[in-house]
Design a protein around this ligand. Structure first.
Ligand code: ZN
Ligand code: ZN
Length: 427
């Protein structure tokens, strides 16, 4: 009988069966699939409202029976820095991705930071894959896919990584799956839609049922959260939809961490127009036209969400300018919550010193930072602005469907998600 039970045990083993060190953290070998779900822009209030209205019975049960915590995101509270922190288990100082955008003073060029060459640390996915794990990563927007998939190899049927945005373009060689749209029997959703995120959840359920990964990361888009406040119907529908998929993943026995890359706050005036301080215009007045260079790392090609307006900015100051005086004058502006020197920001927010400017600015809860007024095309903004990037969007949910002994924010970070998901999966 001993031999039979051993054989059964072996047949139930995951393909990864040793603990693995990635970026100095030890990830436990899972006994069941470990899933992290990153709900983009999930301010905790979205869950509270939806649960309060009876729309999320599964998450309500998981909160009561498992572990219900709050964690802190990394600053800037933007999508890419936080997704890459979750993917590497470390802050931007380690992995290098501190925004969507980077200014290279040597060349005077602004470049997108979504290329793998900007990534300075291996991902947990790559580390676990190398230790034998079967890894699945599904993201809503394709802008993150290459970064998340760095270090995965697609020639052994042990890795799948695709975006719902380009699901139909997935290939075995590049994504570990041929035409994910056909696999899902679902059309590629519109890029600005709740469907783009639903596709991610649906793919997670199908992959868990048919492909049995050891580790899975599901990362959505915050289109809905930019558009709707927690008490609006569009938001409620989204979370009710998510809860149905969460129920399926939970019922299949996976260990699940639900967290977010950042929160989301209203950033508009009473009349619905965006609340913005155009800080390039301010610095032009103080220092002369274009003497300083303001960089908004939220800037990306998907401007319908936020008009490139968030609560975090960095600026390169001209030679010979008194940084202390500029910081003092900026700090005195009522729109600013925190203005730090590069050195302070590197220490406080664990940012890569060579990829931020001379100063870092964070605006108040209902305020955003723009460059120059004429450079922002706000015509695309159809709803009163909701956005993120600052300290007021740093608190995010951290919910596990297992009983665990976890710290709370500020000790608990969203990028602890895989560390605890794998511990939960080892129970
Ligand atoms: Zn986001
Ligand atoms: Zn966003």
């Amino acid at each position: 009988t001993q031999i039979i039970s051993l054989t059964n045990e072996e047949s139930n083993q995951m393909t990864m069966n040793t603990d693995v060190n990635v970026n100095g953290r030890v990830y436990t070998a899972p006994k069941t699939c470990a899933i992290v779900i990153c709900l983009d822009g999930c301010e905790p209030a979205y869950l509270d409202v939806a649960i309060g209205e009876g729309l999320m019975p599964t998450l309500k049960r998981i909160r009561a029976m498992g572990s219900d915590h709050l964690a802190h995101s990394v600053i800037p509270s933007f999508t890419n820095p936080n997704n890459m922190s979750i993917a590497t288990g470390r802050p931007p100082a380690v992995h290098g991705i501190c925004g969507n955008y980077l200014y290279e003073p040597e060349t005077g060029e602004e470049v997108m930071m979504n290329d793998v060459r900007f990534l300075r640390a291996p991902t947990v996915f790559g580390g676990l894959y190398n230790a034998g794990a079967k890894v699945a990563v599904v993201t809503a927007k394709d802008k993150l896919r290459a970064l998340l998939g760095a270090g995965l190899k697609f020639d052994e049927d042990r890795a799948i990584c695709f975006s719902s945005e380009k699901a139909d373009q997935a290939t075995l060689a590049e994504n570990g799956i041929e035409n994910a749209s056909a696999y899902m029997d679902r059309p590629v959703p519109e890029v600005y839609s709740a469907d783009l995120s639903e596709f991610v959840f649906a793919a997670g359920v199908k992959l868990l049922k048919t492909w049995a990964p050891d580790v899975m990361y599901l990362s959505t888009t915050d289109y809905i959260q930019h558009k709707f406040a927690p008490d609006e119907q569009g938001a409620k529908d989204f979370y009710a939809m998510f809860d149905r998929y969460l129920a399926e993943l939970d019922a299949l026995g996976a260990a699940i961490v639900v967290t977010a890359d950042h929160g989301m706050k209203p950033k508009h005036q009473a009349d619905g127009t965006p609340a913005v301080i155009y800080i390039q215009d301010v610095l032009d007045q103080w220092l002369g036209e274009k003497a300083a260079r303001v960089i908004l790392p939220i800037t990306d090609p998907y401007v319908v969400h936020h008009g490139a307006l968030g609560s975090f900015a960095t600026a390169y100051l001209p030679e010979g300018c008194d940084h202390g005086e500029i910081i003092a004058r900026l700090t005195a502006l009522p729109e600013m919550l925190s203005v730090l020197s590069k050195e302070e920001a590197v220490a406080e927010f664990e940012l890569p010193a060579d990829r931020i400017g001379d100063i870092v600015m964070v605006s108040t809860e209902n305020m955003t930072i723009g460059t120059s007024q004429h450079r922002h095309d706000l015509a695309a903004l159809k709803e009163p602005l909701r956005s993120h990037g600052g300290l007021t969007e740093q608190t995010v949910p951290f919910i596990v469907n297992r009983v665990m002994d976890l710290p709370n924010a500020p000790q608990l970070r969203n990028f602890d998600a895989f560390y605890y998901a794998l511990q939960a999966a080892a129970q």
